[in-house]
Design a protein around this ligand. Structure first.
Ligand code: PEP
Length: 257
C-alpha cells in the first residue's frame, strides 16, 4: 500500500554543475520510466535548476536539502519553499541531523519549516534519529518521541499522511555503520505506533517512513524488506549512480514480492 521512496541526499556535492548534471543524467537513464519505486534526488540548491532540466520527462522527483520557514524577506543566504517549487522541487529534506547537531536546528524550527513546506505544496522529508550516546543510554525511543512530538506538532492527519519521515540514527550517518534490520525495524515500528496514537491507525498506515544511515547496495535489500521500512534516504552512495541505482533496484525487487 505504501510505495517505497528512495531519495539521494547529495549534501554539498558534487563540486561542479557539470558533475551534478552528469550524475542526474545517469540516474535518469537508469530509472527510465519505472514508477514501482519513487525516486528523488536532492542536489545542492545552486544546481537545482540544472538538474531539473535534466530530469524533464522522467518520473524522478527533486528535493531541496533545507528551506526557511518564512516565505520571503531579509534572510541572507536562505531559500523559501516557493523558490524550491519554482526551481522544480517536489520534496524538501527537513531536520537532517547535520543541521540539528551541526547548526543547532531545534524541533520547533523543524516544525515551522514543515508547516511552511506543506503550505508550499512540497513533500517534506522530516529526519529524526538518536545519537550513539542516546542509543547506548537506552534513550532511543524517548528521543524519537521528543522529536516526533516537537517536529510534527499541530499537523492534521491529512498533512501527516503527506509528510515523509526518515529514521536516521546519527551514529550510522556517513560512518559505514548501519543499524541492523532488527534495530531499524524496531525503531520504525515504534515510530508508526506513535503516529497511530497521535493521528490514528489509518493515517499511520499511510505514512512513508524511510531508513537512512550508510545504506549501500549490499545492505539495502534486507533493510527495505522490513515491514515498516518504506524506503531509504541515501547519502554517500547516492553520489555514485551505479550504487544509487543498485539501491533502487533492491527496492524494486522488494516491491515486486
Ligand atoms: C544522510 O545523509 O541522510 C545519510 C543517510 O548519509 P549516508 O548514507 O552517507 O550515511
Amino acid at each position: 500500500m505504501r510505495t517505497l521512496l528512495i531519495a539521494g541526499n547529495w549534501k554539498m556535492n558534487p563540486p561542479t554543475r557539470a558533475e551534478a548534471v552528469a550524475l542526474a543524467q545517469e540516474v535518469k537513464a537508469g530509472v527510465g520510466t519505472a514508477v514501482d519505486v519513487h525516486v528523488v534526488v536532492c542536489p545542492p540548491s545552486v544546481f537545482l535548476q540544472a538538474v531539473d532540466s535534466v530530469l524533464e520527462g522522467s518520473p524522478i522527483g527533486m528535493g531541496g536539502q533545507d528551506m526557511h520557514a518564512q516565505s520571503g524577506g531579509a534572510y541572507t543566504g536562505e531559500v523559501a519553499g516557493a523558490m524550491l517549487v519554482d526551481s522544480g522541487c517536489t520534496h524538501v529534506i527537513l531536520g537532517h541531523s547535520e543541521r540539528r547537531h551541526g547548526m543547532g536546528e531545534t524541533d520547533a524550527m523543524v516544525n515551522a519549516k514543515l508547516k511552511s513546506a506543506l503550505a508550499s505544496r512540497l513533500i517534506p522529508i522530516v529526519c529524526i534519529g538518536e545519537t550513539k550516546d542516546e542509543r547506548l543510554g537506552d534513550r532511543t525511543e524517548a528521543v524519537l518521541d521528543e522529536q516526533l512530538a516537537g517536529s510534527l506538532a499541530g499537523l492534521s492527519p491529512e498533512e501527516m499522511a503527506g509528510t515523509v519521515l526518515a529514521y536516521e540514527p546519527v551514529w550510522a550517518i556517513g560512518t559505514g555503520l548501519t543499524a541492523t534490520p532488527e534495530q531499524a525495524q524496531a525503531a520504525h515500528a515504534h515510530i508508526r505506533k506513535r503516529l497511530a496514537e497521535a493521528f490514528g491507525e489509518a493515517t499511520a498506515a499511510r505514512v512513508v517512513v524511510q531508513y537512512g544511515g550508510s545504506v549501500k547496495p549490499d545492505n539495502a535489500a534486507e533493510l527495505l524488506a522490513c515491514p515498516d521500512i518504506d524506503g531509504a534516504l541515501v547519502g554517500g552512495a547516492s553520489l555514485k549512480a551505479a550504487d544509487f541505482l543498485a539501491i533502487v533496484a533492491a527496492g524494486r525487487q522488494v516491491s515486486a514480492r
